[in-house]
Write a protein that binds this ligand. Structure first.
Ligand SMILES: Cc1cc2nc3c(=O)[nH]c(=O)nc-3n(C[C@H](O)[C@H](O)[C@H](O)COP(=O)(O)OP(=O)(O)OC[C@H]3O[C@@H](n4cnc5c(N)ncnc54)[C@H](O)[C@@H]3O)c2cc1C
Length: 359
């Protein structure tokens, strides 16, 4: 019997599995044929430590050292450039405050990203704190660590039935049944479905679609060194990716757990918001996709044992921060499971544990 069966082979399940593999035997079950097939394979791969509510920021900040130094480090410079129109001054000021950006002139903004449109952009702010994360390598490194510690990472292994017998959990897959003392629910958008399957009360994890379009480099510019360009109040963003530009409408439409795809109209409207702030028109969309960002009702992660069934462990609600929070979130989960005190403040831990949602 395993000590831990983890359901979900995205960043949540692999990072949690890796941390737990130092304390017992771990089997990760991933339904798809590849790891990171859903949200974790579709992210913008940014580390922006000031993004999200305070408990999320605390996790991101606490993850910084791991991101910077583990396995040679996962971060490379990117930066963030916020742009706003004349009518958006209040929203601009709020973003500057929340993200800790430094206001700069439109001319300075144009020296960083030459396609910033001086006719429509009235305010700009920038910082270097936002960094790119090598998300693929991070997924593979966590999977490797699980295997190195004697665990298993199985793909094509959908948990189709979950039963808790006298001796622990039994998780049925097409390839056989996996048993464990503890079940870790890291199923992303499917987290509530897994809880229901296990007979545990759900907590209201809701998936929200976020779309992405890949454009050729605008105007033939070398975009490699550009920062992420963002509209105020997260109304769109654009990020260089392998010589191309990814543009997201930053959509947030509630949906059900599924293999997400972009909505053409949402994409077109988002591209129009981006286009208004730049000098180069969108001439072609090379490809597009969408992923699901899954949030708890209060938009903080849900980490640790279920208060009513402590051998059912939540690792859910990673929202738009699953990679940037993963090192500290997985450490907190392991600390909670093994009874070790966390390096995070107690009030932050209380905002992340499932008990807060069970009142
Ligand atoms: C467009 C977009 C941009 C983003 N940008 C960023 C960013 O810049 N920085 C950042 O940190 N985060 C970002 N995120 C968020 C980040 O991608 C997610 O928070 C993270 O990937 C969630 O990881 P996860 O492991 O919880 O979910 P997933 O990656 O979805 O993994 C859950 C897995 O569970 C599996 N599963 C479900 N049911 C079962 C079952 N019954 N049996 C077995 N397996 C099952 C699924 O197949 C899936 O692979 C972004 C997300 C999107 C969509």
């Amino acid at each position: 019997m395993n000590d831990f069966v983890v359901i979900g082979g995205g960043i949540a399940g692999l990072s949690a599995g890796a941390r737990l593999s130092a304390h017992g035997t771990v089997t990760v079950l991933e339904a798809e044929d590849a790891l990171g097939y859903h949200a974790s394979g579709r992210s913008a791969a940014l580390y922006e430590p000031n993004y999200g509510k305070p408990a999320v920021v605390a996790l991101s900040v606490a993850s910084g050292e791991y991101h910077r130094s583990a396995n040679g480090g996962y971060l490379t410079p990117r930066g963030l450039l916020l742009v706003a129109g004349a009518s958006q001054e209040a929203a601009f000021a709020q973003d500057v405050e929340e993200l800790g950006l430094v206001p700069i002139s439109v001319e300075q903004a144009r020296s960083i990203v030459p396609i910033v449109n001086p006719d429509t952009v009235s305010f700009a702010a920038h910082h270097e704190a936002a960094l790119d994360i090598d998300t693929d390598r991070m997924l593979q490194d966590f999977a490797r660590l699980i295997r190195a510690n004697g665990g298993a990472v199985l793909t094509g292994a959908r948990a189709s039935g979950i039963h808790r017998g006298d001796s622990g959990w039994q998780v049925a897959t097409a390839g056989g049944t996996h048993t464990a003392h503890n079940l870790v629910n890291a199923a992303g958008a499917w987290a509530d479905e897994i809880a229901a399957l296990a007979g545990i009360a759900t907590i209201g994890i809701t998936p929200y679609r976020r779309s992405m379009a890949r454009l050729p480099a605008p105007g033939g510019h070398d975009v490699t060194g550009w920062p992420m360009l963002m509209g105020v109040a997260e109304s769109w963003y654009a990020k260089p990716d392998a010589g191309k530009l990814l543009v997201s409408p930053a959509d947030e439409d509630a949906t059900h757990p599924h293999g997400a795809f972009a909505d053409d109209m949402v994409l077109a409207e988002g591209l129009a918001r981006y286009e208004e702030m730049v000098t180069e028109p969108v001439t072609r969309v090379e490809t597009n996709w969408a992923g699901l960002r899954s949030f708890a009702p209060d938009r903080a992660l849900v980490l640790g044992p279920d208060p009513l069934q402590p051998d059912f462990i939540w690792c859910a609600g990673q929202g738009g921060y699953g990679f940037q929070t993963a090192p500290a979130a997985s450490q907190l989960l392991a600390d909670l499971v093994t009874g070790k005190s966390s390096e995070l403040d107690a009030d932050i831990v209380a905002e992340l544990t499932p008990g807060r949602l069970r009142k």
